[in-house]
Design a protein around this ligand. Structure first.
Ligand SMILES: NC(=O)c1ccc[n+]([C@@H]2O[C@H](COP(=O)([O-])OP(=O)(O)OC[C@H]3O[C@@H](n4cnc5c(N)ncnc54)[C@H](O)[C@@H]3O)[C@@H](O)[C@H]2O)c1
Length: 373
């Protein structure tokens, strides 16, 4: 189901940080109008959807998601709401016949992910689940280098991400108007809060893009910071913000992965250690390695996301380029029928790792991962 001229009519669900900094600015640029059109936006905060629609030239604005699905005339949606809402919203979109781009993380459990994957198949609909780390040329280069033996036998890897005060201090949230006064407290609450679903999800997608699916996980996890401050208000937290996990890929190849309240390794990306060398971030044994498009990323003011296929022209001056890339993966797939490597099955495997890490911490037992991609 698409509009007759094969332009995908996109609905944007939630008009907070990622919608306003990522999806809406990119999809309102002239160069994509032949492929995708901003058709509708919804947000329950009074006035936010209308204000966003006016600012970015979106055809319709709604306060409820139900109205967007019923009256929005959309072919596809990008789910830009808090993570704990993604499953229910995704299910309703599929039931209403809409293709979906999920901002990370698609769901919080494997059972939910499987329900969506199965429903999409039955309905003949497409799901693209961010983050599309698999698309990044330097990630593919690391995969090729390891397969070619440049670090000898890979032995272990380490990577992760820390919250810090990223969401409390996002410049975007500092204004007083309805568009920029956006409360981030859900990032610290269950379900869906915490650094694993928010940030570590990127490195887990990158890691598994290189090494393939993991087989087992064990972890320690809990909530270290009991309340956080945003614009003078104290926010109680109950989502785990201090998780250290170990992954096993089989044949005694292991990863250490963290999602913590504070403290990042200075490696600038995952570190892969082997018997013959080390890859850290975009360096092999301390020297930058080549990958397709590196000359673009290395330009003055260049960015690693400039190597993504749709990130061209004016898109390079906007934020959240990788999220725009993932939306365009869905747009192309719906229009041309050419499947993307940014799959719901890969997202489900990463969700399996996160959910199993929490279960391992609760039970004190190693968990076998049940999914692959
Ligand atoms: N902020 C970032 O840097 C960033 C980057 C990439 C991806 N993401 C992802 O984008 C998604 C949204 O994150 P965010 O930072 O934009 O959050 P946010 O809190 O800034 O915005 C969420 C918006 O959703 C709205 N909302 C709440 N309930 C809703 C409902 N039932 N239906 C529709 N909208 C509803 C809120 O009113 C708010 O405007 C998450 O999946 C997140 O992981 C965020």
């Amino acid at each position: 189901m698409t509009s007759t001229n094969n332009v995908i009519r996109m609905g944007v669900v939630g008009a907070g940080a990622i919608a306003q900094r990522g999806i809406l600015p990119h999809l309102s640029l002239p160069d994509v109008q032949d492929r995708v059109r901003l058709q509708a936006v919804c947000d329950p905060v009074p006035g936010r959807a209308e204000a966003a629609a006016q600012k970015f030239g979106v055809t319709r604005a709604f306060m409820t998601y139900e109205e967007l699905l019923e009256h929005g005339d959309v072919d596809a949606i990008s789910i830009c709401s808090p993570i704990g809402l993604h499953f229910e919203q995704g299910k309703r979109a599929l039931e209403a016949g809409k293709h979906i781009h999920f901002n990370k993380t698609m769901t919080t459990t494997v059972a939910e992910a499987t329900a969506l994957i199965d429903l999409a198949r039955v309905k003949g609909l497409k799901i693209v689940a961010s983050p599309g780390e698999v698309l990044r040329p330097h990630v593919q280069q690391i995969k090729r280098m390891i397969a070619a033996g440049v670090i000898g036998t890979p032995v272990w890897t380490i990577c992760g991400a820390a919250f810090g005060r990223y969401h409390e201090d996002e410049i975007f949230r500092k204004g007083d108007d309805v568009l920029s006064n956006v409360d981030p407290s859900w990032y610290f609450r269950k379900p869906g809060g915490g650094p694993l679903y928010d940030m570590t999800v990127y490195v887990l997608h990158g890691l598994t893009s290189v090494l393939g699916p993991a087989k087992r996980v064990t972890a320690l996890s809990g909530t270290r910071i009991k309340e956080r401050e945003f614009r003078g208000m104290m926010m109680p937290t109950d989502a785990d913000d201090n998780t250290l996990m170990l992954l096993d890929y089989g044949d005694n190849l292991f990863s250490m992965v963290y999602g913590t309240a504070a403290g990042n390794l200075p490696t600038g990306g995952p570190a892969f250690f082997g018997t013959g060398g080390t890859i850290m971030g975009a360096k092999l044994n301390g020297e930058p390695f080549d990958y397709p498009g590196k000359e673009t990323a290395d330009l003055p003011n260049g960015h690693i996301s400039w190597t993504l296929p749709h990130v061209v022209g004016e898109h390079r001056n906007l934020g959240e380029m990788h999220v725009y890339e993932d939306v365009m993966q869905l747009v192309d797939w719906v229009r041309d029928g050419k499947a993307t490597p940014v799959t719901a099955e890969h997202a489900r495997h990463v969700i399996d790792i996160i959910e199993s890490a929490y279960r391992s911490a609760e039970t004190g037992r190693v968990q076998d991962l049940m999914t692959t991609f």
